[in-house]
Each structure stands twice: as C-alpha cells, then as structure tokens.
Design a protein around this ligand. Sequence first.
Ligand code: ZN
Length: 228
Amino acid sequence: MIKHHPKFELLQNFVNGDLPASLSAGIAIHADMCPQCQEKISQLTEQVAEASFEQNFLHKFVVDDEDMAEVAELEFDSIIDEITASDDIESVKIHNEGPSIEFKGSEYVLPKAIRNIELGKTAQIGKLSRARLQLDEGEIHTSLLHIDPGGSVPEHTHNGFELTLLLAGSFTDEQGEYVAGDFIMLDKRHQHHPVSEHGCLCYTVANDSLHFTQGINKLLNPIGSFIY
Ligand SMILES: [Zn+2]
C-alpha cells in the first residue's frame, strides 16, 4: 500500500500550474497510481475553476447600467464556453499499453505523464542504471533510475531537494520499505541509505548533487553526480 504522498501544498501548486514540468509529471504519475490524491486533485481543480469563475462573474456583473448588464451576460456565456472548451481533456485519455524502456532485461511501460518526453541514453555504474529525461530545466535534473536486485545507493544527504517516486519494485531505507507509487520528497534534513533487495525503478528529480556521509567521499563523487 502507498504510504507516502505529495504534501497538500504541492498538490495545490500542481493544480495552479506553478510547478516545474519535472515535479508536475511526478505528481501526475503518483496521482495515476493513487486514487486518494487523484480525488484531492479533482476537488482542488474544481475549487480553482469555481474561484476563477466567480471572480470573472462578479467582475462582469458589477455594472449598474442595464445595457451593460446585457453585455455582461454575453460575456458570461463566452466564459462558460471558454471553460468547457478547455483542452485539459488530454490527461484523461486511456492508453492500455505504451512505450516502454528496458533496464537489464526487464521491460517497464513508461508512465503516461512522461511518454512524450525524450529520454537520454542509459548510463550505468555497478548495479545502478539511469536514463535522463530531456526536460532542460537547468539545475533540476530528472531521471529514471534503476537499481538491480541487491543494489543500493551509498548513505547520503541532499544539498537540495530530491524526489524519488517509486514506479516498480521496492526498496528500503532507515524509514522502512517503499512500494510502487510511494512519493518520497527529501532534503538536507534527511539522510538515508536506500537498498533494493529485489530491484526497482524510480522516477527521480533533484536540484543539486548528493552529499555522501560515509566512506571515502572522493570515490563516491562519480556516483553522486551520476544519480543527480
Ligand atoms: Zn497519494
């Protein structure tokens, strides 16, 4: 069962369209796997639509001239047209199968939200493989990260934020076990050592390199920039 969800504020930012594409896709992927957050997003979307509707409505109707009121009514109709003509419908198209990606012989169907984003070539260090999403968001790097069975990421903290959204398989860290759909947002206050006994695929977004807290840091630096 999914235990880790995006914070309410993040869902609000998502609905308001305030998030970078990488995080927005992360929320969309999670919502596709989590009916609970899907429901919250629908409610928030409705509220935003109502709020902007009321704002327009009041603005158009605060007139004391009858003719003006008529004009306002016409505009009112066009507001409704605009709302119903919104092409947000894109996100409810149903795909049964879709493009997939292969890591070490395992094939994974890509989540809907990232199917149209170009993927870079797969790079590999030991049991870690990653393919970068070509989102071109400056310091924000987005990847698909695959951990082979028995693989792990050395213990680290984060210089910036790190989103790990588990797409398939499972991994554990000091906080317990994570399952597909878990949305894990960490920052420099968190230190962890993810281990995947049976292997997993994650969608990751980070805006700075990782900071390794154990071992010989210099040796781990390539892994840090690899994962970031
Ligand atoms: Zn959720």
